[in-house]
Design a protein around this ligand. Structure first.
Ligand SMILES: C[S@@+](CC[C@H](N)C(=O)[O-])C[C@H]1O[C@@H](n2cnc3c(N)ncnc32)[C@H](O)[C@@H]1O
Length: 257
């Protein structure tokens, strides 16, 4: 991967980009006046993360840039802050202060909901196995400015880890997180999902393994939660009870401990 900045970055952004490159083990390339198209041509086939003032952007040849933004997560976070119920928080049975292991971070929208609802004393760890998405998340959680202090504070509290969830779970002690959450790429994709379509080309497409669920049951104190397409066979295959939500296209499945 390559890390760079926008044109004429202030020294602070250059420092952030360098720090990110060091952390990820990526090459830092000073941007100068080079256009995105030229950079992509020069580093053909490599993903380029552009560090900007208030967000980060992932560039790859032949696709639209993917910018870090919590999308629907921001709207749901605002509702949570107003005290309104949220289906994910209800399915997880989360209480303020709970610790959550989000095993499939993606663009971090669900992690944001956990961190907003959980508050300052909660602990949210977001695992992502795809390096370009992990880099986007790490840069985005650190810099994204939403305009709402509670949302920005929650983003900064999320601990982002580059790891496959099975190996990460294996290394955790028994009963060490209140909630373990999985939202893998659906077995049969919802092609109209505006939030997920742009990340599909970077994402780890593997099905959730029974071994990962077994490890999650050992690590979780309260509940293991799975998001899938409504009526997906994955709920039965992996032992989750599906909570149907009217005509919603997606469901949460739970295993209560
Ligand atoms: C459907 S997206 C998750 C979306 C996320 N819940 C959100 O709110 O943005 C699934 C993500 O999980 C990641 N993933 C899939 N298998 C994984 C694994 N074994 N370990 C860690 N991350 C994984 C994919 O790369 C992808 O980014």
């Amino acid at each position: 991967m390559i890390i760079t900045t926008g044109f004429d970055p202030i020294p602070d952004i250059e420092k952030r980009a360098l720090r990110l490159a060091e952390h990820i083990g990526a090459d830092y390339v000073p941007r100068g006046g080079t256009s995105a198209a030229k950079l992509l041509k020069r580093y053909d086939g490599r993903e380029i993360l552009v560090v900007l003032q208030e967000t980060v952007r992932l560039l790859v040849s032949g696709a639209e840039p993917l910018e870090f933004h919590p999308s629907m997560g921001f709207i749901r976070a605002k509702r949570i802050l107003k005290g309104e119920p949220d289906p994910l928080i209800e399915a997880a049975g989360m209480q303020p202060g709970d610790s959550v292991l989000d095993c499939t971070a993606g663009l971090g929208s669900d992690s944001l909901l956990f961190a907003v609802y959980g508050g300052e004393h909660s602990q949210v760890t977001a695992l992502e196995s795809a390096l370009p998405l992990y880099s986007l998340l790490l840069g985005g959680m650190d810099s994204y400015v939403s305009g709402l202090a509670e949302v920005d504070g929650a983003l900064r509290r999320i601990h982002v880890v580059h790891s496959d969830h099975y190996s990460y779970l294996q290394a955790q002690p028994d009963n060490s997180a209140d909630i373990v959450y999985f939202d893998p790429m659906f077995r049969s994709p919802l092609t109209d999902s505006a939030a997920i379509s742009p990340l599909r080309r970077f994402a780890n497409p593997e099905a959730l393994a029974e071994g990962s669920v077994a490890e999650a049951l050992r690590v979780a104190r309260k509940r293991v939660v799975l998001k899938e397409k409504a009526q997906s066979g994955e709920f039965t295959r992996l032992g989750f009870t599906e909570l149907r939500r009217g005509s919603a296209k997606t469901s949460y499945g739970v295993i209560e401990l």
